[in-house]
Design a protein around this ligand. Structure first.
Ligand code: MG
Length: 405
């Protein structure tokens, strides 16, 4: 079995991009460009390690990206994320530095990928890896559909035959020792020359470069417009699976009465109080309303259907179990949770000081960032049963994306 390391090139400053934040770190649909790029490779069964070549100024941004990936329980599988290395002045130099940094471990294969191509699919990665079993150098590429013209200033001088032209993408795959040799060779013979991809360096060293099918979704984000287009496209389509999604919404409501006790559990957090909540499980109204909202969004009944209140099995159990059930049912349908919003209705205890930890708790249960979770509270101005401190009510709403039938 070949060992394979992915080298992700993220050291560019993106002068064409025109934003304060380097384009690799720009937000993209609750993630970042580079976060999505990393996730495309993490956990792939044939990839052992990932090394990212970064700009020294971006160290903090990079660390934040990695923290985010690990803190939300993203399945790392057997993929190791190696310490980043600092790139050079050009893309070519950055790749050279990245390759040299792998000298010691010397994987059999290396995939070199642009951080700005976050939509690379497992299928494209597989095609490159499969071809690499028999070849030394493989690139994904696509035919040119537009008619190509050579120009002289503002007039056309010639129509170019496009039948033999392709558009090269990444990841470009190589036998590690051969691409390292090719980079050293290019460095020696034409120092300072800037080749725009690694296949060009392989060609320059006389390596045969093979072509597999790329993908139209595997776009490179070079401008703000690309980023906006990607954002729009992602709203309805999952690039990893090429599925179309639609958004569903569900609502949940729950009430529990107070009984003697000294604490209440709300949204997974135990809060000292002059009373406790009576009922099913730990009587966490917040998580019960949330469970019903999630189940409602996918039309899968309600909490009482899965966890009958008269079943002694659920007595005292932490209500995270119920949320997890709803989460699993959504995952089974290939769905994903977009956001949830919970309102706790009571006079006491005060909820505000606990909101942040409640959001963290729910983020862990739902495997989404706390920015997609809202927990808030209201009183009923001392009116009604919540106003008379007889119990606590909660309502919740959830948005879920589900693959279209
Ligand atoms: Mg309940």
């Amino acid at each position: 079995m070949n060992t394979c390391t992915v080298l992700i090139v993220a050291a560019g400053r993106g002068s064409r991009f025109g934003s304060e934040l380097p384009k690799q770190y720009c937000p993209l649909r609750g993630d970042t460009v580079i976060g999505l790029t990393l996730k495309a490779f993490i956990g792939h069964p044939d990839i052992n390690a990932i090394r990212v070549v970064i700009h020294p100024d971006d160290l903090e941004l990079y660390k934040k990206t990695i923290d985010q990936i690990s803190s939300f329980g993203f399945a790392l599988g057997d993929t190791a994320i190696l310490e980043p290395v600092f790139g050079g002045a050009s893309r070519q130099e950055s790749v050279s530095i990245g390759l040299e940094s792998l000298s010691e471990t010397a994987p059999d294969l290396v995939l070199i990928h642009d951080a700005a191509r976050p939509f690379v699919s497992a299928r494209v990665i597989d095609r490159v890896l499969n071809a690499l079993q028999y070849q030394s150098a493989v690139i994904p590429a696509l035919a040119v559909n537009d008619t190509l013209k050579r120009r002289h200033e503002r007039t056309v001088s010639e129509t170019v035959d496009r039948s033999q032209l392709v558009r090269a993408q990444t990841p470009q795959g190589f036998r590690f020792s051969e691409i390292q040799r090719a980079h050293r060779h290019a460095q020696e013979l034409s120092p300072g020359a800037e080749m725009t991809d690694d296949a060009a360096i392989a060609e320059y060293a006389g390596l045969m470069v093979n072509i597999v099918d790329g993908s139209e979704d595997n776009v490179k984000i070079t401008s703000q417009q690309d980023l906006q287009m990607a954002e729009r496209a992602l709203a309805t389509k999952d690039f990893m699976t090429s599925k179309d999604y639609e958004t569903r919404t569900g609502a949940g409501f729950d009430v529990h009465r107070f009984e003697n006790g000294d604490s209440v559990t709300l949204c997974g957090v135990s809060i000292p109080h002059i009373a406790s909540l009576a009922g099913h499980s730990d009587a966490d109204v917040g998580l019960h309303a949330l469970t019903d909202a999630l189940l409602g969004a996918i039309g899968e009944g309600d909490i009482g259907f899965y966890f009958p209140p008269n079943d002694p099995k659920w007595r005292g159990v932490a209500s995270g179990v119920f949320v997890k059930k709803a989460y699993d049912l959504i995952a089974e349908q290939g769905g994903r949770i977009v956001n949830v919003d919970i309102t706790l209705i009571c006079e006491h205890p005060k909820i505000g000081p606990h909101c942040a930890i409640m959001k963290e708790t729910i983020a862990n249960l739902l495997q989404i960032p706390p920015t997609r979770i809202s927990v808030k509270a209201t009183t009923t101005e001392q009116l009604g049963f919540t106003g008379r401190n007889e119990g606590i009510a909660a309502q919740a709403i959830a948005s879920v994306e589900i693959p279209k039938d």
